[in-house]
Design a binder for this molecule. Structure first.
Ligand code: NAI
Length: 335
């Protein structure tokens, strides 16, 4: 089958060569979007990372498409309804690095708790003053965890290791995990009201869009810290800006923002004839957010460690091989 692997680095090309000669493979650095799709119209298997947006406007340009092998756990960048209607399978990488993402959540939390970014910026300027740099400890504080799947549970283990109490919310509580790891479940409002710091580990779905908005911020303890390594649209960014401005939220550490591809390349707006598909208010809110001194933002790198990216490409190659053999694996449910 004809396979095109988008958003690849040189070393990933080598890993993909294993697919030959069963498949005809092409690797490109390009993102897949409505403007880059045309030369690849005969492709049967497409692999991308999350910076590509696989909506109907892109997918209709692949009349022979059979499989999308996303190199990610999340698949909210893919129009699953379109895939179902057109008989296109979607495979993901379900468990390449629970620790990888959970550790980054704590990198953000510890950085915020100890004013790490501002401290380092000062000493780089030769300024060793401590004014405004007094931090706070995590030991004995309560961490609220929203979503206790693979990454959420690993985050809980780390929190317990640091001496934090944990209260968690999930649509499907896992009481065995609660007993084993030493945390308790509560409903969403109780978690929001009881946490000194909150970390989000739910997928982006219709049910989690703007899960954290004005009402939720109003329930939180004053001086709460918010950490988001899940997906940008789980937090209503204009509401977060309001909560930060009012001092309700002490600080935030974010690895994800809504409309990330657009944040990376805003010039794209000017290539479109209409801005109907864009939430321009949220885009402006992202910019305001980036200017808060008590907000740190990383460019969606929670997944990005040496060992995790190797596991991601290995699993993706295996997903494509298995699909080619007629034994598909790691298929995302299109129900
Ligand atoms: P998972 O599927 O193991 O766990 C998700 C949990 O969320 C499940 O326990 C599920 O019951 C719960 N959940 C789903 N909808 C919910 C709702 N409406 N309310 C409450 N709970 C709900 O997923 P995993 O592996 O822990 O990953 C979580 C998310 O992390 C991914 O979907 C992805 O978006 C994000 N992620 C971010 C990365 C990054 O680089 N920043 C890398 C990898 C994943």
């Amino acid at each position: 089958m004809k396979v095109v692997v988008f958003e690849t680095e040189e070393w990933e090309h080598q890993a993909c060569l294993r697919l030959e000669p069963q498949h005809e493979v092409e690797c490109t650095r390009e993102r897949l979007d409505p403007h880059t799709a045309a030369p690849y119209a005969s492709t049967e298997i497409v692999s991308t990372f999350v910076n590509s947006q696989l909506g109907a406007d892109v997918l209709t340009q692949f009349p022979r498409l059979k499989l999308i092998a996303t190199r990610s756990t999340g698949y909210d960048h893919i129009d699953l309804d379109w895939c179902k209607a057109h008989g296109v399978a979607v495979a993901n990488v379900p468990d390449y690095g629970d620790s990888t993402v959970a550790e980054h959540a704590f990198a953000l939390l510890l950085a915020v708790a100890r004013n790490l970014v501002e401290s380092v910026e000062r000493t780089r300027r030769g300024d060793f003053s401590q004014t405004g740099l007094r931090g706070f400890e995590l030991r004995g504080k309560t961490l609220g965890v929203i979503g206790t799947g693979r990454i959420g549970r690993r985050a809980i283990e780390i929190a317990r290791g640091l001496g934090m109490d944990v209260v968690a919310y999930d649509l499907y509580p896992d009481e065995d995990a609660a007993t084993q790891l030493g945390f308790r479940y509560a409903d969403l409002d109780e978690v929001l009201a009881g946490a000194d710091a909150l970390t989000l580990h739910v997928p982006a779905t219709a049910g989690t869009a703007s899960l954290i908005s004005d009402r939720e911020f109003a329930l939180m303890k004053p001086d709460v810290i918010l950490i988001n390594t899940a997906r940008g649209n789980i937090v209503d960014v204009p509401a977060l800006v309001r909560a930060l401005s009012d001092g309700r939220v002490k600080a935030a550490g974010l690895d994800v923002l809504p409309q990330e591809p657009l944040v990376r390349e805003e010039a794209q707006i000017f290539r479109e004839t209409s801005t109907d598909g864009y939430d321009l208010k949220a885009l402006v809110a992202n910019h305001v957010l980036l200017r808060f001194p008590n907000v740190i933002v990383t460019p969606h790198i929670a997944y990005n460690t040496q060992s995790a990216v190797r596991r991601i490409i290995e699993t993706t190659v295996e997903n494509i091989e298995a699909f080619g053999r007629g034994e598909p694996r790691h298929l995302v449910s299109l129900a």
